[in-house]
Structures are given as structure tokens and as C-alpha cells.
Design a protein around this ligand. Structure first.
Ligand code: RI2
Length: 320
């Protein structure tokens, strides 16, 4: 796919979901590398870096995007010719896409094992991996029922209920504000993640923190399904995840907003659920308590505290 087209589709959320965004970006970088006609390696690198920057600027929160870019661009390392550099990018992009698809399947298997026969599950937003767990449990013959939220303002709940319906899973569709009313009917909450910080907090679609709060109050377990590339290395040294705030007209049409000069629409796309509200994070490497997020970042993304100090000096990111 052509890079500007991919970037536009990510911005407009035609391509959405943290995992899908990451794979689309890997694909765009690979195709761009293959199509580049330049005569010097330096120019090739520069072109690739500009393209990576353009893709990185599309949406700020899902850390799968910078992680995917980092993994694909690693293909440029130690290359001496344009051919080697192209081959490196293609190899790393293909490897990322393959391992991402494998991770989604693996999490479905692991996550399904935490769902019991007869469970009622609540999910919020539309997460490929969270739904993977639910659908796999159903496939294994477990009798389950789902509550799915609407997910204002973009209504991604509609994608969720269609997928669940197509899988033949009994589903209740509720507005976001009805979660508290139904939480006592729920045995397990399963959500996805756009980012997991080193202290085990989970950044996910706006409303997740309220769902988690209701679940904690009602003593209902909350499981997060997240591939390792959704863990955020730069949080090791205290960097915050930037929460995307989208246009007000996703919430209130412009023609109404124009009549309300004193009203400002605030439209954050994500919120942060603290680790105390999360019982389990299921990754493709296995399930962990949220407090073990550092181990994933160090062992599977290769960013321990020492690597950070080597890269940025002992003052860390603030000393950049
Ligand atoms: P998967 C989505 O964000 C949702 O917040 C969802 O929970 C998360 O990404 C993870 O999605 P958006 O792109 O990678 O809809 O599990 O804003 O599909």
C-alpha cells in the first residue's frame, strides 16, 4: 500500500486497532523500500526515515506503531548497499507481520484457557486479541455469553457485535453508561490494549478505566489481551503515554456546535487503567500479572534499564 494512503487511513481510523495499525505500517514501510529508486545508500536511509516519521505522526497513543517501526527499521542496521538495505527492511517487515499474526493466535489460545464454561464476559471497544480469546473459548465448546459496549463516539462496538454474531456467540449490546447496571451479571472483563506501561497500567479505548472501576467494585476479574509489542519501552524512564484527543465533531456535529459558542467538546480517545485494577495481562509469551510488565519490555523488546542508559545517558530521556 502507498505510504500517504496508509497514513490517511490510520488517521481517519479506516485502519484501526493497535495490532492492525502496526501491521499496516510494517507493510507500508516494506512496500516503500521496494519501490524506492535511489542511487545512494544515504539517500535510501533518509527516505526511509522520513517515511517512518510520517507514519509515526498519524496516531500518538498506540505504542505498537513505534515498536513496529523500530523493528522494521532495524533491517537497515549494518547494511552496506541499497540491495542489502532493501532486503533487510523486507525481511524485518515480513517477520514482524508474521510474528504479530502468530501472537494474535497464541493469545487467543492462552486467553481462552482463562474463560470458564458458562462464563458471561464483558468487553469494551473492538480488540482483535480480546475477541480472539472469546471466540476461541466458544470454539472449544464453552457456553459463553457476552456484554459488548457501544463505544462512543466512534461506535467500534458495532464491529464487535457483528464479529460475535458471525461467530454465533450470544451477545448483549449495551450503551457505555450501562456497564455498572450489568456488571453483577458478568464473570470476567476482557479488553485489549493500545499501550502497557512499565508499571503495568493499561492505556485503552476511552471508558476502559470506568469499566475497570466497576469491575473492581463488583469483584469481577479483568483480563487484558496484549501482544508484547504493545508494551512501551520508553515508560521505563518515566515517559508518559500521550493520550490522543480527537476532533470534537466526532461527538457533536459542527452544525450544533456552531450554535453553542460557550461549549467545547473534549474527545480523548483513550484512558489509563492502573495496574491495581488489572488481574492478568495475556501476551503471546504467556499470562503475567501487570506488575511484571518490565520483564516483557526487557526480555522480549530488548530494552532493559541498562540499554536505556547506554542509549540516552544516565540522565535518561529527560537528558535527551
Ligand atoms: P487490537 C483500539 O484502538 C482499541 O482501544 C482496542 O482495545 C485497541 O486498539 C487494541 O486493539 P482504536 O484504534 O490491537 O480503535 O487488540 O482507537 O485489535
Amino acid at each position: 500500500m502507498i505510504v500517504p494512503e496508509t497514513a490517511d487511513k490510520i488517521k481517519s481510523m479506516e485502519i484501526r486497532g493497535a495490532g492492525r495499525i502496526a501491521r499496516a505500517v510494517a507493510e507500508a514501510l516494506r512496500d516503500h523500500a521496494l519501490s524506492l529508486q535511489v542511487s545512494a545508500l544515504d539517500v535510501f536511509r533518509q527516505e526511509m526515515e522520513q517515511t517512518a516519521a510520517l507514519l509515526l505522526a498519524t496516531r500518538p497513543t498506540a505504542v505498537s506503531l513505534p515498536n513496529a517501526v523500530h523493528m522494521v527499521m532495524a533491517g537497515l542496521n549494518h547494511t552496506k548497499t541499497i540491495e542489502e538495505a532493501k532486503a533487510g527492511v523486507v525481511r524485518c517487515a515480513d517477520e514482524f507481520i508474521r510474528s504479530s499474526q502468530h501472537a494474535v493466535e497464541q493469545i487467543g489460545q492462552f486467553g481462552a484457557s482463562h474463560i470458564r464454561d458458562g462464563d458471561t464476559i464483558l468487553t469494551h471497544c473492538n480488540s482483535e486479541v480480546a475477541l480472539g480469546c472469546i471466540i476461541e473459548a466458544h470454539r472449544q465448546g464453552k457456553k459463553i455469553e457476552v456484554f459488548a459496549t457501544e463505544v462512543r463516539p466512534r461506535n467500534q462496538g458495532l464491529i464487535t457485535i457483528r464479529t460475535l454474531n458471525d461467530a454465533g456467540i450470544k451477545t448483549n449490546f449495551i450503551v457505555d453508561s450501562a456497564v455498572r447496571s450489568f456488571i453483577n451479571d458478568v464473570d470476567l472483563v476482557i479488553v485489549g490494549a493500545d499501550a502497557v506501561t512499565v508499571n503495568g497500567a493499561v492505556v485503552n479505548k476511552i471508558g476502559t478505566a470506568q469499566v475497570a472501576h466497576s469491575a473492581r467494585e463488583a469483584r469481577v476479574n479483568l483480563m487484558v489481551a496484549a501482544e508484547t509489542y504493545k508494551f512501551a519501552p520508553r515508560t521505563i524512564l518515566g515517559e508518559f503515554i500521550r493520550i490522543e484527543e480527537r476532533a470534537g465533531n466526532e461527538v457533536l456535529p459542527d452544525e450544533i456546535a456552531r450554535t453553542l459558542p460557550y461549549v467545547t467538546v473534549r474527545n480523548p480517545a483513550f484512558d489509563v487503567t492502573p495496574s491495581e485494577y488489572i488481574d492478568l495481562i495475556v501476551t503471546e509469551k504467556g499470562a503475567i500479572p501487570p506488575q511484571m510488565a518490565y520483564v516483557i519490555i526487557r526480555d522480549y523488546l530488548g530494552w532493559g534499564i541498562d540499554e536505556f542508559h547506554l542509549a540516552f545517558g544516565s540522565a535518561g530521556l529527560n537528558g535527551e
